[in-house]
Design a protein around this ligand. Sequence first.
Ligand SMILES: NC(=O)c1ccc[n+]([C@@H]2O[C@H](COP(=O)([O-])OP(=O)(O)OC[C@H]3O[C@@H](n4cnc5c(N)ncnc54)[C@H](OP(=O)(O)O)[C@@H]3O)[C@@H](O)[C@H]2O)c1
Length: 322
Amino acid sequence: MKILVTGAGGFIGSNLVARLSFARKDAEIICMTRNAKKLKKKISNNSHVKIAEANVMDYAQIKDVLSEVDIAYYLIHSMEGVSAKEWKKFAEKDRKAAENFAKAATECKVKRIIYLGGLIHEEKSSTNSKRAQNKISEHMQSRIEVGNILQTSSAQVTIFRAAVILGKDGASYKMLRYLVERLPVMVCPKWVLTYSQPISIDDVITYLVKSIENEQTEGKEFDIGGPDTLRYIDMMRRYAKVINKKFLKIIIIPFLTPRLSSYWVELITPTKASLVRPLIESLKYEAVVRDNSIKKIIPIQLKTFEEAIIAAKAKEDENKEN
Ligand SMILES: NC(=O)c1ccc[n+]([C@@H]2O[C@H](COP(=O)([O-])OP(=O)(O)OC[C@H]3O[C@@H](n4cnc5c(N)ncnc54)[C@H](OP(=O)(O)O)[C@@H]3O)[C@@H](O)[C@H]2O)c1
């Protein structure tokens, strides 16, 4: 069996490859990237794990990589490396990428595609008012569009939807970590009061890996989230508790826009404004699990918020030692 992991060098993709290389020794794992040299340094040397260099924007290249692939994970996202001015172009790029992928997957007779998108619910509204349309960020709209495009392929498409994913190297974790660790007093916009359901990267990877062993997930969509439903302000307070930080004052300023917030987050943390902005835009909208059906199909002991943070910190320490 041939399993393709696109975005293999990304946050989710690299964690998935690490797990699959142990869990699926029976399969050939193909890791797709635009820069094989860079990825080679990141992944461990296993004879059943191979690297394929391709750009999804190039139809011939993606078709070549997909030939003889049985199952493909779609973890491509074009937010990285763009300037603050250009960040809105990601939707255009992600649309084209998904179209190429869906077409090539059909031609290559790929059996299954597993896609991880964002946890958001499009509110059904009878009116077409601006208010109704504004219930979802452009970033999330694009993630939904990508899922819809992939579903046009002949493969069985499984869609997982996650909100904040907590893990070492994840933008959400890094933002939380640097803000809480570096600042005693914080001025925050209103989005810190929106509810979200963070999930540990380890649990996301378990769902992704187990879904290909379970036919019941074929052609279905699932919300995935951890056991805690929290506002960003709660996450900051609970993070402070984990690291034993006694003093953390949070002042909420309602008129602070996502654009302004992203600039000060860039100033304080090592995360680029172009990456933070869509994250903050998304945080304005509630991201809570509504459909729990995955729990029956893939029952796992989900990590709490604190356990997810402790696991991320342990991975950071592990890396420092090596
Ligand atoms: N991170 C989160 O907290 C989070 C939360 C919820 C959902 N998700 C979803 O999970 C998925 C993966 O996110 P992530 O955080 O892992 O993203 P990421 O770290 O930014 O990785 C994105 C990957 O996309 C690949 N890519 C971009 N443009 C490409 C192109 N033209 N051709 C081929 N590959 C291309 C990049 O590969 P190379 O640079 O190696 O070519 C990169 O490894 C996304 O769909 C995202 O919506 C993530």
